[in-house]
Structures are given as C-alpha cells and as structure tokens.
Design a protein around this ligand. Structure first.
Ligand SMILES: [Fe+2]
Length: 331
C-alpha cells in the first residue's frame, strides 16, 4: 500500500475512564438514568456498558478527589496496525509503554496527546457475554434493552480540551491517522477546534481550545441514542431529579448533531447524542471550515436550532480550574 493511500490504523473508540469524587452517585447516574449495566467492579473502579456496546465496558468510573479523565482507550484495526501506530507514537516521543494487566483487555500501548491526555491503543479485548436472563432474542444485540431510565445504545465520541489546537490536531491526524472532518477558526484565522474521525461517523474525537490556558483537560464523553425524542424524554427526567442540564436539547451546525449536555454528579460533562449527525463516505473528504470570527458561522456552527450554550461550555472542563458553581454563577 502506498504512503499516499489513507488507511485507518485506529478503528474505534472503545472506552473512557472518568475520575469522580462521588463515585456512587456517578455510577447511579449512568446506571439509573442512562440505563447502563454494571459489568464489573474492582477496587475503587466500576465498569459499565450501554446495551448495544459489544465489549465488556465502555465506561470506567474511578474514585478520586477531583473529577477528570483517567484515560481514553482506542482499538486498532489489526495487530499489525497496532504495531505501526506504536512505532509512530514512539517516533513522536509520546509513548508511555505497554500495559499488560488492565481489566477486560490484552496488552495495551499507553501514550499521551501533546496536551497530556492519557490514552491506550490495543487490539485484544473481551466481548460481553450476557447471562441467560439478559440475553436478547435479537441476535445482533448483545443484551436485552434495559427497563431503567432512557437507555443509551452505545458510546459515541469524546471531546478533549487542549491548550494548542493545531498541535493536537496534527498529532491525531498525522501520528494516529484520524481524518479531519470539520474545523473552526477564530480571530486571525487561529484554529479553535477540530472534529476528527476514523470511520464514516463525523467524529469519534473533538479537540477544542481551552480558554482557561490549562492543559490536558476533559470536555465530555457522548453516548448515543439514535433518536432525538430520547433527548426530550431524558431531559424531562433530568429536570425532575435535579440533574443539571447545561445546554440543549438542540442541534449543532458542526457535525449536525442533536445534542444535550449535562453534568453527572461527580462533575464531569456528559453529552447525550440524539441522532448520528451526518455520515462521510467520501475518501477524498475536504475539511469543512467554519469561520467563527464571522457572526453567521459563529451562530450556526454552535447552534443550528434550539438549546443554548452558556459560558461554562467554553470554560468548564475536568479537572476544574474553577468550580462549576462559581462558573455557573458568572455564566
Ligand atoms: Fe460532543
């Protein structure tokens, strides 16, 4: 295969591990409201999955003094693809070495983004096997649809706050071979956000400028419904049970996603993703550029319709540099 031919050596977003100062409440949020199943518990960690997640887990909640992200895990397209990307990561000087003993997966190569977000890349992992009472008669569904809350179907994407958008975009595009699907530029043409993917999904990953100047913070993880009505249903429940809705339900211009952002009780932001946005099959996709210094692009890229994104959306990340309460008071 020639160097010019693009290939995705990274195949899929596998999981996100979040730190929570209120782990019991965080787990209850994912379990009771989003209908996720607890698949394993070990020490201070609880592992959960959505009912159409095929692997053992997509969310790990770890008790910690502050909210934040422990790691994002990606699956390589093959053992050879894993080896190629490990070489590229080592050449980029961002490799941390192999981890052999994590729950539910084989050897994983640990690395960081240039901003310091810890990540893992692996090939071997454990598939979920439902016990008999949870087995679905739908053979392409790994378990029965749960009866709790409004159950999410699968993990969709992660959004990382970065101190330097061009540097982190280049890393994911050139070292890990993500395609850059959409970008936002601001004053003077400065890049303020990139949306990248390794599949027809418009993004499995976004990197956005952290206006606080901090490095390596986490913005959100998104779980997918596939039906925007479910955003209205879960918004109704969140409002009744005092879960803070930050923005939405609404539709973004960028990615065309039906979104809603909420804070789980530990303080991390979680997005509920209503539909798929749009899909990209064009192998020669030209990056869509929104110029947010221009008022029309600014308004339409963030909110196509509905919802409202307060100041916290651009300033709050985990670990927090200012508490959510302080930021919301000033939003
Ligand atoms: Fe998102």
């Amino acid at each position: 295969m020639s160097e010019q031919e693009h290939r995705f050596d990274v195949a899929q977003l596998v999981s996100v591990a979040l730190f929570s100062p209120k782990p019991d409440e965080t787990v209850r949020f994912f379990h009771d409201f989003l209908g996720m199943e607890i698949s394993h518990q070990e020490g201070q960690a609880v592992y959960l999955r959505a009912y159409e997640d095929f692997y053992q887990y997509t969310m790990k909640v770890v008790e910690a003094p502050q909210a934040g992200m422990e790691a994002v895990t990606w699956r390589a397209a093959s053992p050879q693809a894993l080896e190629r990307r490990v070489q590229a990561l080592e050449a980029a000087g961002l490799g941390l070495g192999w981890v052999e003993d994590d729950y539910a997966h084989g050897p994983a190569y640990k690395f960081t983004s240039p901003d310091g977000h810890v990540q893992k890349l692996l090939w071997e992992l454990d598939y979920y096997q439902a016990p008999p009472e949870m087995k679905s008669k739908l053979k392409n569904r790994p378990q029965k649809r749960p009866l709790r809350g409004v159950p999410v179907r699968r993990i969709d994407h992660v959004n990382l706050m970065v101190s330097d958008v061009p540097q982190n975009t280049d890393f994911f595009a050139n070292v890990l071979n993500f395609k850059i699907r959409e970008q936002k530029i601001g004053d003077g043409g400065a890049l303020v956000g990139s949306w990248l993917s390794v599949s027809p999904l418009v993004h499995e990953l976004a990197v956005m400028k952290d206006s606080s100047g901090a490095k390596g913070r986490f913005h959100h993880v998104a779980y997918w419904y596939g039906a925007p009505q479910h955003l209205l249903d879960i918004a109704d429940i969140f409002s009744d049970y005092d879960i803070i809705i930050e923005g939405g339900p609404g539709k973004h211009g960028t990615t065309q996603a039906y979104y809603m952002y909420v804070f789980e009780p530990g303080g991390n932001r979680v997005e509920l993703f209503g539909d798929t946005g749009y899909l990209i099959f064009d192998p020669d996709w030209q990056t869509v550029i929104w110029d947010v210094a221009n008022e029309v692009d600014l308004e339409k890229s963030s909110i196509w319709f509905g919802g409202h994104l307060p100041k916290t959306f651009y300033t709050y990340g985990t670990p927090p540099v200012e508490s959510l309460e302080v930021l919301m008071g000033s939003a």
